[in-house]
Design a protein. Structure first.
Length: 193
């Protein structure tokens, strides 16, 4: 019961956070919003976790940078997607990333049936038909890139997580902020503040 409640709470927080973030779009756009979220998140997490005190002897830095890159790409592309798509459709498409990771990690045939049904549901939400798409193609592309980023996040997290422990998220968000914030600053300038 506890894992299910944790998943539901995490999903609700993600949805509420994205809906709140979208309110900043008129002022600083999706790139500026992603930049601020990552910057503020990294500062808060680093202060809370203080990961620099417990640095591993041989850290897997490639995995950490891969994790941060995927985290930044996922958030940035997701925010770009919800500028063009309804939130529910964008998140449904983004979930395809973890779903694909689950497919390759499964050995049961029944799991493939569930995956096929989930993919069919996403196609229905996206309005995919023989005549084309009922949604913005660029929004769909951003959502698919976010899905790939989320899949990469899971795979890199499997390597970085055990090495960096509870500080993994703080370090990965910091890497993501270092990558995305300069883009937001270049695009929005002083308006970002």
């Amino acid at each position: 019961l506890l894992p299910m409640l944790a998943i539901l709470l995490a999903m609700a927080c993600f949805q509420v956070g994205a809906a709140a973030a979208k309110q900043l779009y008129p002022a600083i756009g999706p790139v500026g919003t992603a930049s601020l979220r990552l910057l503020l998140g990294s500062i808060i997490l680093l202060l809370l976790v203080r990961r620099w005190r417990y640095w591993p002897a041989r850290p897997p830095l490639r995995a950490l940078f891969g994790l941060g890159f995927c985290m930044g790409a996922t958030l940035l592309c997701f925010y770009l997607a919800i500028e063009r798509l309804p939130l529910g459709i964008a998140i449904s498409i983004q979930i395809l990333g973890p779903l694909i990771v689950a497919i390759f990690g499964s050995s049961r045939a029944l799991d493939l049936l569930w995956v096929a049904l989930a993919a069919l549901g996403v196609c229905c939400l996206a309005g995919v038909s023989l005549t084309g798409l009922a949604i913005d193609p660029l929004g769909l592309l951003y959502s698919l890139i976010a899905a790939m980023g989320w899949a990469g996040y899971i795979l890199f997290g499997r390597v970085a997580g055990p090495a960096f422990g509870k500080g993994t998220a703080a370090l990965a968000v910091s890497v993501a902020a270092l990558l995305v914030f300069p883009v937001g600053l270049a695009q929005q300038g002083a308006a970002l503040f």
